[in-house]
Each structure stands twice: as C-alpha cells, then as structure tokens.
Design a binder for this molecule. Sequence first.
Ligand code: PGA
Length: 248
Amino acid sequence: MRKLVAGNWKMNGLRADGTALARALAERHRDDRADCELLLCPPATLLTGIAPLLAGSGIALGGQDCHPDPAGAHTGDVSAAMLKDAGCAYVILGHSERRQDHHETDELVRRKAEAAWAEALIPIVCVGETAAERDAGRTLAVIGRQLAGSLPSGAGARQLVIAYEPVWAIGTGRTPRHDEIAEVHAFIRSELGRGTPGAATVRILYGGSVNAGNAQKILPIANVDGALVGGASLDAQSFQAIARAAAD
Ligand code: PGA
C-alpha cells in the first residue's frame, strides 16, 4: 500500500504564509517524486487559494471537518459539498480537538462520514485514547468503541482512512513505544475486518508528534500506512523529510 502523509494545519495560516508553504511543498514534491501520497488540510479560508497551487503536483487537498447536513441554517459550519467544490478529496473527521472543543460524539462523527461519502470525499476518521484511559489499561476498549460508533456500516466498500492519534501524544513531543503503536494498529485492522470486506485496503495513519526525526522509525511499523502530521506539517523541510521517510 502506498503510504499517505497528511498535514493537518489546524487553525494556522493566513493567505501569505499558507500559500507560500503550499507552493514550497508542491515544488519539493515535484522535484522529489517521493513514492507516497501527500495531503494538505489547511484552514477552510485557504482551500480555494491553495487548490490551484497543488494542481499537477500530486498533492491532494482536504478539509479539517464538515457538517453532517448537506446545507442549511448552520452558522459557521462548512458542508462536504463546499469542501468538494473547493477542490478537496479528503476530510478529517472526529479529530480529538473537535471531540473535546466541540463535544463531538461518535454518532456525530458517523453522520459526518456519511455526508463525506455522499460527496465522494474520503473521510479520515480519527480515534485515540487519553492519557488516563491508557494508564487505566483501557486503550483498546476505547478505540474499539470509537470505531464501532464513528464508522458507518459497510465502511469497507467505501474509501476510508483511519487515523490513530493518542490524545496525549498530540502536540506534546511524546509518542507511544513502537510496540504500542503496532498493537493498536493491528487491533484497528482486525476490528475493521469484522464487518468490512475491504478492511485490508483501509489506510491506518499514525498521528501525534510525528516529526522529521521519528518518522523513519514510526512509518515502517506494521499496519502503519502513513502519518497525520500537525506541527511538523507547518514547516516545508520537516514535511518533506516525513514524506521521504514514507516513500522509503
Ligand atoms: P501534532 O498533531 O503532529 O502536532 O502532534 C497531530 C494531529 O493532531 O493531527
């Protein structure tokens, strides 16, 4: 499986620095021709400006969230159709920051995934345990529950990406041990296999403090099919180094 490296810019980037970063990444990827798939998920305000800069670069564009409804009276929200219209192929859903800041439930994330599919967007559904849940030995139970609740039925027949992001590893510089990452990714693969014939082809990304220094160790772990990168995706050189590690 070709690995996917996705940059989640979160709430970072104004037009000048955001377009400069996208342009730099597109140039680097054209020169490198690294054998991996790259994806940028900038803030919604930058999508239409960045889309033409990525054309022909081999880098895809994605949103960071979408509303479950196709349109309507939802002030401040963005629909899956709007993301598609802006040039997106992917959308991140159920990121832990949205689960925390916006009280998103598994049920809501499931409805958002259905909305994404209705527009032929590929959802990247995020799951992950908190530090307290890991310390209590509940990691796999939590992730099993999140998967069962957040994925629409028949998920295997559709295009889908899962991101395992331990909440305590996001933006902290801490990552799980490699055997811990392998354990969770194998568990996600087997959970997906329960009801979904295409489970073997679902990419499972690791996210949480991935950087240019640790990507070479994390990306070869079994069932790690790429990375969801936050902080390090805001630096062209770091993101390029992670892409190169994914292509190796
Ligand atoms: P980080 O964020 O790489 O800054 O830890 C990852 C994420 O939240 O997707």
